[in-house]
Design a protein around this ligand. Structure first.
Ligand code: AMP
Ligand code: ZN
Length: 497
């Protein structure tokens, strides 16, 4: 079955394939870098990452563009409060965002593009719209988009705007500028006292948010491209306005396919600072939660279904990651009997087929995960009965590799990221937020795998020599660094807490 993906524009699940060659050209709205990313943001970025990884595994090539919104009202306000230029203010949060992406094993898009570095492209787009009579300048110098000139306005959000035309006295949104029609939205905002602005051919000012994505998407992907993605809150007005701007300018379809990720709930409620259920990734890591558990939890529900983030769920996700990692260690380190068991090879093959079929079905990550956990359960049971043999291991490991190409949780980089977050918290005077659990896990990162292996060897030798005093001392030393030794019938295994 070819890849099926829900398209918010048509309202249907449709086959998704690139229009040209084998290259998927797509755009996903990136963060506004005025603060640290929260787990709601990362639900969307992880969902887009799953899309990326599934396309790559299906043999596609990608040109994925993500913007960084590094100028907007909040950024200007916060930078002014701190008395720093906006570039200095946003650089810190952009860096933090990229670190968080890395901690969550989110692949970098092929191109990341900052709004402030694409002002000329935005001006050109506004000029083009002005020439067509679709953009106009208000008295204060701001530029607006004239919605009455784009009859298809509302085709993405399926909203009916016909009743909302006013004589200009009505106010539909918080824009404080003068415009002809309440529905019209700002393309370019004239500067106010103390605001950062650019001197341009259409006057001084700064870009509206929507124009930035239209300009950057078309700059890198062309006037028409395969897919555009973002969280469901962006569907209206942001994406509706992107379509209006781009299609009025070019007369061509902007993005053919639109993907929207459902909003994350936390403990059953909309996440908000006032409810006390607002968590950045860094908050959770400092509480002692591993990035890999958070990633798995965010992928545990298909992107269009409601995902309710709970701490119980996070513990379950941690256990799931643990089960997978232990399974891999078991495959790699047990002394398997010689031979081949066709039954084991079939289990491996079926699991991968099922995983891929689930992802082809509108990225059904829940079902894809179920296929892998079935594999773990079945192969563990077969191994307990002595039915797994040496010849089966490569196929089983290959199935795990295929799984991890999508889910990205098997490689254990957690301690390194937790350590970096703990160090960041110290630098930022947030020491009181560092939990004992996070400290302990961070500690284990000071020990490289080679350091651990050396001590494990020392432990094993001492045990062989029946020098239990030394072997116990080494075990305690490792434990103090957050590393657990397990003596199994096949020898010693170790893992980070
Ligand atoms: P922002 O930095 O606010 O522009 O948001 C970056 C991305 O995160 C956008 O695609 C948003 O739609 C998405 N987003 C924000 N909050 C949530 C949430 N609670 N659940 C899912 N996605 C979200
Ligand atoms: Zn956007």
């Amino acid at each position: 079955m070819p890849f099926q993906l829900f398209n918010s524009l048509s309202g249907k699940t449709e086959e998704f394939a690139p229009a040209q060659d084998n290259l998927v050209r797509f755009y996903a709205c990136g963060p506004t870098v005025y603060d640290y990313g929260h787990i709601g943001n990362f639900r969307t970025f992880v969902a887009v990452d799953v899309l990326r990884r599934h396309l790559l595994q299906s043999g596609r090539q990608l040109l994925h563009v993500m913007n960084i919104t590094d100028v907007d009202d909040k950024i200007i306000r916060n930078a002014n409060q701190k008395g720093v230029p906006i570039g200095e203010y946003t650089a810190k949060f952009e860096k933090a965002f990229l670190e968080d992406m890395d901690a969550l094993a989110i692949q970098q898009p092929e191109r990341i593009s900052r709004a402030t570095e694409n002002i000329p492209e935005m001006i050109a787009l506004i000029q083009g719209l002005a020439k067509k009579g679709v953009a106009y300048q208000a008295e204060d110098g701001s530029w607006y988009y004239r919605i009455s000139k784009f009859p298809e306005y509302g085709k993405l959000s399926k909203k009916d705007f016909t009743g909302l035309i006013t004589d200009g006295s009505g106010r539909m949104d918080a824009d404080e500028y003068e415009k002809d029609d309440a529905r019209d939205f700002a393309l370019w905002k004239a500067p106010k006292e103390g605001e950062t602005s650019w001197d341009t051919a259409i006057g001084p000012g700064r870009p509206g948010w929507h124009i930035e994505c239209s300009a950057m998407a078309m700059k890198y992907l062309g006037e028409s491209f395969d897919l555009h993605a973002g969280g469901e809150d962006l569907l209206f007005p942001h994406h509706e306005n992107e379509i209006a701007q781009s299609e009025a300018a070019t007369g061509k379809t902007f993005a053919r396919h639109w993907m929207h990720v459902r909003f994350l709930l936390v403990e059953g409620q909309k996440m908000s600072k006032s409810l006390g259920n607002f968590y950045t990734l860094r908050d959770l890591v400092l509480m002692g939660h591993k990035p890999s558990s958070i990633r798995l939890l965010l992928m545990s529900v298909p992107y269009r279904k409601q995902l309710n983030f709970t701490f119980d769920g996070l513990v379950q996700a941690a256990n799931s990651v643990e089960r997978l990692r232990n399974f891999k260690i078991r495959l790699e380190t047990s002394q398997w009997a010689e031979g081949n068991n066709p039954e084991a090879a079939a289990v491996a093959k079926n699991a991968v087929t099922e995983m891929r079929a689930a992802l082809d079905d509108d990225l059904n990550t829940a079902q894809a995960l179920a296929a892998i956990f079935d594999l773990v359960r079945d192969v563990n049971a077969m191994a307990d009965q002595g039915k797994v043999t040496k010849g089966d291991i490569p196929a089983l490991l290959e199935a795990l590799t295929k799984f991890d190409e999508i889910f990205g949780v098997l490689q254990d980089h957690d301690a390194t990221h937790i350590k970096a977050t703990v160090e960041w918290a110290r630098r930022e005077n947030r020491e009181e937020k560092i939990s004992a659990a996070a400290l302990e896990m961070a500690q284990s990162a000071s020990f490289s795998d080679a350091d651990v292996e050396a001590l494990v060897a020392k432990h094993s030798e001492a045990r062989k020599a029946r020098d239990f005093k030394t072997s116990d001392a080494v075990r305690d030393e490792l434990l103090a660094q957050g590393i657990i030794l397990e003596n199994t019938k096949d020898g010693v295994r170790w893992k980070r807490k």
